[in-house]
Design a binder for this molecule. Structure first.
Ligand code: GTP
Ligand code: MG
Length: 269
């Protein structure tokens, strides 16, 4: 069960795997909680309510030779919670900064989170820059697969007789065009920014699951586990006192731990 406060170490070894603290940041409604729910519970809710404070969940990720246990802090994107964020990204080994591919302003907000992390988080933090909701845009694999029925051949004429003014091809073309116009952040632009800034990059859909496990797997691979564990061991004694002071000073009301199961034994990766 969560302690109600973020752990003070970015990574730590235990019999249940190597614990890695990961934080999600981004504008409200970009889909941070939905990405976590997809990763941890393989589920999606159409109308998910905004997070209050933060939520804590865990999930394991198995790499070839080790098991990473992500301790995930899903922060609230509403501006009124911004000042709480340092408490969650402090000493995090990894961060996922999320924007919504259908909302240009969310990209700017995501960039400002990256700047804040670069100024104030661990210098070796692994950051993934993630454009979510690609199911809403036509050029995503998810959108392509959901419109797969439109490839029906011209031989199927009996159904088309019902609607002489709009063929399935017309409807598909119209849908594709309206979905394309929903995209406000091009993949190339965001990918270029991520490359220049030294971030991992992915586009995802929490709704369909596209790209979600892959993001966490790439992060798990990129984290300098051995280095983090060495630092962790070296600092363990000094940190024990600081951790208990931080726990005593914290306000557990800020953390929403009521948003469903927080643990899952299986590995997602
Ligand atoms: P805050 O907690 O306020 O910071 O928001 P959030 O970033 O956690 O967003 P949340 O996961 O609550 O999602 C906001 C809305 O977007 C919800 O209604 C979700 O169902 C929807 N949503 C999230 N991800 C996707 C996605 O990949 N595709 C689509 N179509 N909708 C999504
Ligand atoms: Mg949320």
């Amino acid at each position: 069960m969560a302690s109600g406060q973020p752990q003070s170490q970015g990574a730590a070894a235990s019999s249940r795997g190597i614990q890695v603290k990961l934080v999600l940041l981004g504008e409200s409604a970009v889909g941070k909680s939905s990405l976590v729910v997809r990763f941890v519970q393989n589920d999606f809710q159409e109308n998910k309510e905004p997070t209050i404070g933060a939520a804590f969940l865990t999930q394991k990720c198995r790499l070839e030779d080790k098991v990473i246990k992500f301790e995930i802090w899903d922060t609230a994107g509403q501006e009124r919670f911004h000042s709480l964020a340092p408490m969650y990204y402090r000493n995090a080994a990894a961060a996922i900064v999320v924007y919504d591919v259908t909302k240009a302003s969310s990209l700017e907000k995501a960039k400002s989170w990256v700047k804040e992390l670069q100024r104030q988080a661990n210098s070796n933090i692994v950051i993934a820059f993630v454009g979510n909701k690609i199911d809403l845009v036509a050029d995503s694999p998810a959108a392509k697969s959901t419109s797969g029925d439109s490839t029906t051949s011209d031989d199927d004429e009996e159904d088309e007789a019902d609607d002489a003014t709009a063929t399935p091809e017309d409807a598909a073309a119209e849908q594709t065009s309206s979905n394309s116009s929903k995209r406000q952040v091009s993949k190339e632009e965001a990918e270029e920014y991520a490359k220049e800034t030294g971030l991992l990059f992915a586009e995802t859909s929490a709704k369909t699951g596209d790209g979600v496990v892959e993001v966490f797997t790439e992060i798990a691979k990129a984290i300098p586990i051995d280095q983090l564990l060495a630092n962790s061991r070296a600092n363990q004694r000094g940190r024990a006192g600081a951790a208990s002071r931080a726990a005593a000073a914290g306000d557990s009301n800020r953390v929403d731990l009521t948003s469903g199961p927080t643990k899952q034994d299986g590995c997602a990766c």
